[in-house]
Ligand binder design. Structure first.
Ligand code: AP5
Length: 213
């Protein structure tokens, strides 16, 4: 499959993307995961991105488009891909449109996850993430806890809270989403490629997406 997943922070984009990868071997391309790995490795990209990410702001479009132009040309993308967290601005969506035309890629459709704000706030404050950059399994102390000693069930690494999970950063990320990313819903609606999914159960959402493929 070749799809985009749109949704507010905490809507479950990463969770749904990982379940879809298990289904048909498509790969998850999460710009958030790529940026967090760069921050941890203290690369030039990571040093540029860290400040924006910690306060819940978007990283500049030019940096993201450079990452995605290179990433979409890697051979594993031939298996299919799920774009998680990209595009995030109208500029990025326009850039992606040009890029996929240039690379001769056809997208199946754009998934929009509609999750109520109170659910989102609860999920973001209770999320935990595997600290191993190769794994990054997503946990939740209420709905999907890690092991009793706080380790990842998949790889055994410590499970941590992300740097952008302070109350202040969460509030700012939600405002940024409303201002800069929510307009993409109208963008893809007018292109005729948007499909809305309103279940708060990720497995149900995945089944509904599979039916649309
Ligand atoms: P990114 O990593 O993309 O964060 P986000 O969009 O804020 O999304 P999240 O990862 O917080 O949430 P999610 O929707 O994936 O939810 P999840 O599945 O984890 O971006 C981080 C930062 O990087 C940005 O702020 C920005 O600075 C930068 N960035 C990234 N991409 C960029 C771009 N394109 N342009 C510019 N800057 C960019 O689920 C959340 C929690 O809920 C988990 O605990 C999970 O277990 C739980 N959960 C999920 N589904 C369910 C369910 N059905 N029932 C119960 N619990 C559930």
């Amino acid at each position: 499959m070749k799809i985009i997943i749109l949704g507010a922070p905490g809507a479950g984009k990463g969770t749904v993307a990982k379940l879809l990868c298990d289904f048909d071997g498509s790969i998850q391309i999460s710009t958030g995961d790529i940026l967090r790995a760069a921050v941890r490795a203290e690369t030039e990209l990571g040093k540029k991105a860290k400040g924006y990410m910690d306060r819940g702001d978007l990283v500049p479009d030019s940096l993201i488009m450079d990452i995605m132009e290179a990433r979409l040309q890697e051979p594993d993308c031939d298996k299919g891909f799920i774009l998680d967290g990209f595009p995030r601005t109208i500029n990025q969506a326009e850039g992606l449109k040009e890029l996929i035309k240039k690379l001769n890629i056809n997208l199946d459709f754009v998934v929009n996850l509609e999750v109520p704000r109170d659910v989102i706030l609860d999920r973001l404050t209770t999320r935990r993430t595997c600290s191993n950059p190769e794994c990054q399994e997503i946990y939740n102390i209420k709905s999907k806890p890690p092991t009793a000693d706080g380790k990842c069930e998949k790889c055994g690494s410590p499970v941590i809270q992300r740097d952008d999970e302070t109350e202040e950063a969460i509030t700012y990320r939600l405002e940024t989403y409303n201002e800069k990313t929510a307009p993409l819903i109208g963008f893809y609606e007018s292109e005729g490629s948007l499909k809305n999914f309103a279940s708060v159960d990720s497995k149900e959402t995945v089944e509904a997406i599979k039916k649309e493929l």
